[in-house]
Ligand binder design. Sequence first.
Ligand code: S3P
Length: 456
Amino acid sequence: MSKSITFKVQPGGTLHGEVRVPGDKSISHRSIMLGSLADGTTHVTGFLEAEDALATLQAFKDMGVVIEGPENGQVTIHGVGKHGLKAPKGELYLGNSGTSMRLLSGLLAGQAFDSVLTGDKSLSGRPMKRVTAPLAEMGADIKTAEQGTAPLRIFGRAGQLKGIDYTMPMASAQVKSCLLLAGMYAQGETSVTEPAPTRDHTERMLAGFAYPVKRQDNIAKDGVYAADLPGAGAAKVTITAEGQLKATDIDVPSDISSAAFFLVGASIAPGSDVLLKHVGINPTRTGVIDILKLMGANIEILNQREVGGEPVADLHVVYSPLKGIDIPEALVPLAIDEFPVLFVAAACAEGQTRLTGAEELRVKESDRIQVMADGLQILGVSAEPTADGMIIQGGTIGGGEVISHGDHRIAMSFAIAALKASKSITIHDCENVNTSFPGFKTLAQQLGLSIAEEIL
Ligand code: S3P
């Protein structure tokens, strides 16, 4: 039996201090994937030593790549070249990690060997047709379970994939990245057009490894150019098999999705003042800052610099009363992982906050609309789930027992809610915090949260 972790968080308190949260999960995954396929040795620093990124690392070891570490965030990858992966001896188990499964499905579709991708209960319930359907159009041979879910049985079609020109029905960086990785093994051009900008770490890192990718950021949609559309518009990325990856060094910035818990915590707890160091502020990830600022948060972006092709800064956040807003839909893909904690911000704001256009939240590690609405209601907050979002009346937060449903970001969000609660909050099912934010409890304690852990 695996252990079960419960968080018990005492109400109130303030957050104070300077911290560096762990490395970016998306960039950590990609560093292992591209470093493994490169010619030469790649050194990674700031690697996220959490279960999700470690699942990717193990998968590449299982395919014959020699990887040293991680040790204090340092990983050395002895790249095997684009065609150097070997057939794994068994199934590749990817735990809770959707990014590992969706990106690997594209990469493995064009290999000279077969493979099977499996995951935990949550990952085995998540939709995989969004990758297997376009991959099938490219000529891939992948069998899913009946509902279009994992396990994925991939029959390698080396030399037989064909490029496609694909417009994604949803704004998904995982689908885009999956198809770009498959495109590295396909005949002709593979192009992906996105309905709204999504995180572009794959494109940036491919360029960092000297692999040619063509990016167009201003595609006409229904005769209107992206620049003229409200918010952001469609972008198109194109890749071919013509290229090699050249090993490089990667400095992984802190994950803005982990920093988000303290951006919200310091914004809602009177008297708070926190400096979050070396945080990745890629413009495809900063929706959480924009949304909090629209709500009245006091966040300064300091010491902005570029590290290995990714923008990085220190974020200084000081308490400021928040007000409810209608969240602009254009910001949704740019803050997609931060809504659980943004719902907590909304519960503490004056007035109503309304989120629309975020149906993707229903197919994350849990149904984040339902699970957050259920938990907030238990805590006495008026939170009404809708098909594609939520309507929250800000006010007071009570206390009680909530369930995270094994979703790391739900667990951490309710821990942060305790800063503004009138009674203690108990959160069940918190084991998976280790998938993205190892050391969350200790770091949160260091900043001033009264959080204790019970391990059964
Ligand atoms: C990710 C993309 C996003 C995000 C996930 C990580 C990535 O998923 O929610 O945590 O690293 O590409 P979608 O592409 O499904 O939106």
